[in-house]
Design a protein around this ligand. Structure first.
Ligand code: NI
Ligand code: MN
Length: 234
């Protein structure tokens, strides 16, 4: 796998940090209080772009805090961005599925995801958060990476392959709330990535899917299954 001088760090669950070769720092689905996140990563030092796939607490748990601390450009679906703005985010760049925008030199395409998107507000009420989505990011140097968000497998993953051709796919495999290894193996057939980085597993006991099962289902000839350690940087 060649990241063309960009750096990718997994912080447990669906949380990733990308540092581009130009020095831009991107957080995707920041939930740094997740049990897998290393202690020294719980405080964010810099964030230029904050990308959210949907409004569940295990994806935006630290989004408001980071927005207030570092004033990043917040990217998300329209309704979720409106909520973030209400909570104090100063810079938002809302979008919707099928669209592409360039933020800080990164080409961001919002894709579909099959999942729900309610936001649990501070008072416990459930706020409409638009729909759950995924993203294809084209980083400086041209490397394309797909963060699927939380999703079931869906046939239009083939369209994501046909139009955007991401070579790296970050796929949830934990089961119960998202795809498990069985569904993720089918997603690999549709997406045809070179490299798969499993996520959204092992955080809680009920997220039972494991990279080894996905590897076994795909067999030789499938994509490279790259199992990252929380805190590891590529
Ligand atoms: Ni979710
Ligand atoms: Mn989730």
């Amino acid at each position: 796998m060649n990241l063309q001088g960009n750096r990718l760090t997994w912080l447990g669950h669906a949380t990733f940090r990308i540092e581009t070769k130009d020095g831009t720092v991107i957080y995707i689905d920041p939930w740094l209080s997740n049990p897998l996140c290393p202690e020294n990563e719980k405080d964010v030092k810099k964030c230029d772009v904050l990308i959210c796939t949907h409004g569940h607490g295990d994806h935006i748990g630290d989004a408001v805090k980071i927005a207030k601390q570092h004033n990043p450009m917040v990217v998300g679906i329209f309704e979720l961005c409106a909520w973030m703005q209400k909570k104090g985010a100063k810079q938002i760049s809302a979008m919707n599925k099928g669209g592409t925008q360039t933020v800080a030199g990164i080409k961001i395409t919002m894709t579909d995801a099959v999942h729900s998107c309610g936001i649990e507000d501070d008072d416990g009420s459930m706020v409409y958060g638009g729909e759950a989505c995924g993203y294809v990011l084209e980083l400086p140097g041209g490397v394309k990476l797909y963060h699927a968000g939380d999703t079931a497998v869906f046939g239009d993953m083939q369209i994501i392959h046909e139009i955007y051709r991401p070579e790296i796919a970050l796929l949830p495999i934990g089961d119960h709330f998202t795809m498990g290894p069985r569904e993720a193996a089918h997603a690999c057939m549709l997406l045809q990535p070179k490299t798969v980085i499993p996520m959204h597993f092992g955080t809680f006991p009920m997220l039972t899917g494991r990279p080894g099962e996905l590897k076994k289902l795909l067999g030789p000839g499938g994509p490279e299954i790259l199992e990252m350690k929380p805190g590891q940087t590529l």
